[in-house]
Ligand binder design. Structure first.
Ligand code: ATP
Ligand code: MG
Length: 331
């Protein structure tokens, strides 16, 4: 039985934290069991901001290592770097760009926002970002796309492009449906906002932190601001206590209920509660850390080569069909 095809893009960033694990990685690992899954490291997309060449290369390799260490299995899915299929993606991008009105691209909220924040760097590629994303998706006639909520507008554009292309040239592309990433934002250790890499290493639990570092970071995290003394009852809710909020993502329901009960009765103090959280975080991080250490850069590059070849086979057959549909002379 053929599986429904799906795709998801991964930003080439150097390091992952437990927020990325919960919000992105976990979903990809689960999806590869159910779908014909393709995951790509979106290095072409990242060029809109002109990363340094050496840094880009090392980030791509590290990202592949991270995702494989996190359970993305090259036997169960296709993991490739976007630029390794640049010939096919960029060719399709050209065709798709002809059916997409410029005015609509310039009205996309994410574009307007970026243009406002970086008025000195409104490059052509930035405007065309959603068209390039449409090429990523349509290149495999993909049926599902795993995205964060913030990418839904872009996916809608990909659907529009598919529809317009089909109207002009016949029924070539399906209109891809979204699969939304794990909802919920793992909170920052700083006590407000979501966990983010850009806020500094003290505010997140890296998937490479060891048990001692995790214990130390969790110990320093703000907990319930209204509970000043150990003898006072606490407020174990997502809103009332940042540590409890973190428990809601990384601690099983039964254990969480017990902690909440003990906290409300002042039977457990913040130190012990944080100890339990640190242990549960370490249970997520440790297997990752060990697998990551065993995986060399060369192993990661090998995985990407295998992925490139698998992805290219399908991509080239779609490109041939598209050329035919458009009426390009095959010489
Ligand atoms: P940056 O600070 O550079 O934006 P980040 O830490 O926010 O980095 P991203 O690279 O933007 O991480 O996001 C990678 C993936 O992880 C995305 O799918 C995003 O939705 C998810 N993600 C990021 N932070 C969290 C979080 N705190 N909780 C859940 N998911 C998250
Ligand atoms: Mg982010």
């Amino acid at each position: 039985m053929t599986r429904t095809s799906m795709i998801s893009g991964i930003r080439p960033t150097g390091e992952l934290h437990v927020g990325n694990y919960y919000g992105a990685l976990k979903g990809l690992v689960e999806a590869q069991e159910r779908y014909e899954a393709r995951y790509f490291i979106a290095d072409l997309h990242s060029l809109t901001t002109h990363p340094k060449p050496d840094q880009l290369r090392s980030y791509v390799i590290e990202t592949a290592r991270n995702y494989v260490a996190g359970g993305v299995d090259p036997q169960r899915c296709t993991l490739y770097v976007q630029s390794s299929l640049a010939a096919e993606i960029c060719e399709l991008h050209t065709y798709l760009s002809m059916v997409m009105p410029l005015g609509e691209l310039m009205r996309v909220p994410t574009f307007k926002e970026k243009a406002k924040r970086h008025p000195d760097n409104i490059n052509y590629g930035l405007v065309g970002y959603p068209v390039l994303m449409a090429a990523d998706i349509l290149l495999f006639k993909t049926e599902r796309v795993m995205v964060g909520e913030d990418q839904l507008v872009h996916l809608e554009i990909a659907r529009t492009i598919a529809r317009r292309f089909n109207q002009l040239y016949g029924d070539v592309f399906p209109e891809a449906q979204p699969i939304i990433e794990n909802a919920g934002r793992v909170p920052s250790l700083a006590g407000s906002g979501k966990m983010s890499k850009s806020d500094g290493a003290a505010t997140y639990i890296s998937l490479k932190d060891d048990g001692t570092a995790i214990g130390e970071k969790v110990r320093r995290t703000v907990s319930d601001p209204l509970r000043v003394y150990r003898e006072e009852p606490g407020h174990p809710t997502v809103e009332g206590c940042n540590v409890f909020h973190l428990h809601s993502y990384f601690t099983g329901e039964a254990e969480r209920e017990t902690i909440a009960e003990q906290c409300r009765r002042a039977e457990i103090g913040c130190v012990a509660c944080k100890g339990q959280l640190a242990a549960n975080l370490n249970a997520v991080v440790e297997p990752f850390r060990l697998r990551h250490a065993r995986l060399s850069e060369a192993d990661a590059v090998d995985v990407l080569r295998i992925g490139r070849d698998k992805a290219r086979e399908k991509a080239q057959s779609v490109i041939a069909e598209v050329r035919q549909a458009i009426g390009l002379l095959m010489v």
